[in-house]
Write a protein that binds this ligand. Structure first.
Ligand code: FES
Length: 569
């Protein structure tokens, strides 16, 4: 089979000279240009992305595997997204990174790609970009951090930050203890070790068949993470010879498997948006409603924070994701193909479970149903999501008085205002935090409760917004309201004092205001001014799709393959 890279390195003319000669300035010998598979290693390493800061070493191990299998590895950087530092939110840049990935792959003489991702958005961004090129690809996740350890207790990334900060606000924790916990939480290389978005997306990679078995849970600091990277490098060379492209793996059954796995692991609501966007790129017809239909009744089998007690390190020692997938039995499409050339059913056939308190049996789950519920109603005609397993059961059917915050600044200014007439039965509403409104749809949907309500011992209230929520967070939080306020959604017309009804069992979210009054308010409504009116912000504002369609840019949906008709000289 003539490889794609031969159109560069196989030429004997002036262009071939140029393609090879400049590469040889890196000390690459002639025989690497003899027609062997050229493997790109797409690296999101950055010191500004602490979760991915160990990726140079990971890439070295991928290279060993590529060389061992007779390939020619070439590592290349793409923009990285560090969840803890980037403003206004990494989600704004997910689509930009996907463009970087797509065009870097297509423009270069690559036959296959190993994708190195870890921190939340790096995983979907790389899958989206690579899917639009549809070359053989395999993902190696960076792996979670080791368990946080603080004063003799395990503590989890994110989940315990939210808890500690509320403890400080209500006087249950001293500031010096809070600061001491910083270095105790993040004590090794790797991404958040709770079942937050990064761990959820690493599980999605494995459930989709895009990663080798056990890819999701091996800690970043564990030598077996590097062995897996080595094996991925070896395997991608074979995948090129087999022409095992992404579109052969990312089929509708693979996405259905991923939805069910996200439910079984108590995964992040962010997976909803990312999976819709990835499906859109590869051309699989996946809808928001599929999440409810396929996943909402799946039991939670994994006892990990924020739904449960343990952390990713414990998950790996218990058997990792293969133990969960095996437990799901016939709820999984067992014949879905994976990157190692076997079906997912074959991969988990003999998967052991070493700790039944971490991975629960299907017959005795941690929670009976754990997936995402998709809500509809006049407040969210195109849908909104809630994670019932993270919510308070008593609030799942509730009617309350809306307390409206027009944007995030308004929220911060007024949430602790003594004059704010709020009580625990109220429904907190946050506007203008969606894809266009913020911009970028940040993780602010789990807005903190007013201090005086926390001090009264109340831990949860209904919160509704067009924002997202960190996968490490919890609460009765309605997210991803679509259309968002800034795009003219009814959310933007809610006023303080309106009655809102939530009924999760009926999948209903209703603003109890007469249609005529809603229309009267709509006629008065003016869209908020965008923060910036140039550059990528402008491109994003003009083209971003709503949350129910994955918040991709409209012109990026779909794939155009890896062909480039013209030479560069
Ligand atoms: Fe990177 Fe949580 S901050 S995964």
């Amino acid at each position: 089979m003539k490889l794609r890279s031969a159109a560069w390195f196989g030429l004997l003319d002036r262009d071939g000279f140029i393609h090879r000669s400049w590469m040889k300035n890196q000390g690459l010998p002639d025989h690497l240009f003899d027609g062997r598979p050229v493997i790109g290693i797409c690296n999101t390493w950055s010191e500004l992305t602490p979760c991915n800061a160990h990726f140079r070493r990971l890439a070295e191990h991928v290279k060993r595997g590529v060389y061992e299998a007779g390939g020619f590895p070439l590592e290349f950087p793409v923009m990285s997204l560090g969840e803890t530092l980037m403003r206004p939110t990494t989600m704004l840049f997910r689509n930009l990174v996907s463009m970087d990935v797509e065009e870097s792959i297509r423009a270069n003489p690559l036959d296959g790609v190993v994708l190195l991702a870890g921190c939340d958005k790096t995983t979907p961004a790389l899958l989206m970009g690579a899917a639009s090129c549809d070359l053989p690809a395999i993902m190696v996740s960076g792996g979670p951090m080791l368990n946080g350890k603080f004063r003799g207790q395990d503590i989890g990334s994110g989940t315990d930050v939210w808890k500690f900060s509320e403890d400080v606000r209500c006087g249950a924790m001293k500031m010096c203890e809070f600061q001491e916990a910083e270095s105790c939480m993040s004590r090794s290389a790797g991404h958040c070790m709770t079942m937050g978005t990064a761990s959820t997306m690493a599980c999605v990679v494995e459930a989709l068949g895009m990663g080798l078995p056990t890819n999701a849970a091996i800690p970043a600091a564990d030598s077996r993470r590097y062995a897996l990277a080595h094996m991925a490098g070896h395997r991608i060379v074979q995948m090129v010879h087999e022409d095992l492209r992404m579109s052969k793996i990312l089929t509708r059954p693979a996405f259905e498997n991923a939805i069910r796995v996200v439910a079984a692991i108590g995964g992040s609501t962010n997976a909803v948006i990312h999976l819709l966007a990835i499906a859109g790129r590869i051309g699989v017809d996946l809808t928001l409603q599929d999440w409810d239909v396929l996943g909402s009744d799946i039991p939670c089998l994994l006892n990990l924070m924020p739904s449960g007690q343990y952390l990713m390190e414990d998950f790996y020692y218990a058997g990792g994701l293969p133990a969960v997938i095996r437990e799901l039995g016939s709820l999984i499409h067992r014949d879905a193909l994976t990157v190692n050339g076997k079906t997912i059913g074959d991969n988990v056939e003999a998967a052991p479970c070493y700790n039944r308190d971490v991975v629960k049996p299907l017959a005795e789950p941690l929670k009976p149903s754990s997936g995402i519920a998709v809500l509809h109603g006049n407040l969210c005609p195109n849908g909104a999501v809630i994670k019932p397993s993270a919510a308070t059961p008593e609030l799942m059917k509730h009617r309350g008085r809306a307390i409206v915050f027009e944007n995030i600044e308004d929220f911060h200014t007024r949430v602790d205002d003594p004059g704010l007439e709020i009580d625990p039965a109220c429904v907190m509403v946050l506007k203008n935090c969606g894809p266009r409104g913020y911009p970028g749809m940040p993780e602010v949907g789990n807005m903190p409760l007013p201090t005086r309500i926390l001090q009264a011992g109340v831990k949860d209230m209904i919160r509704i917004s067009d924002a997202r929520m960190s996968g490490t967070a919890y609460g009765t939080v309605v997210l991803h309201v679509s259309p968002e306020a800034a795009a003219g959604g009814v959310l933007g017309l809610v006023r303080t004092g309106d009655a809102i009804e939530l009924d999760v069992a009926e999948r209903r979210l209703h603003l109890d205001v007469a249609d005529a009054e809603i229309e009267r308010r709509r006629a008065e409504w003016k869209p908020p001014h965008p923060v910036f009116r140039r550059g990528y912000y402008q491109l994003y504002y003009d083209h971003v799709l709503q949350a129910d369609r994955g918040a991709d840019l409209d012109f990026l949906v779909g794939r155009s393959g890896a062909g480039v008709p013209r030479e560069c000289h």
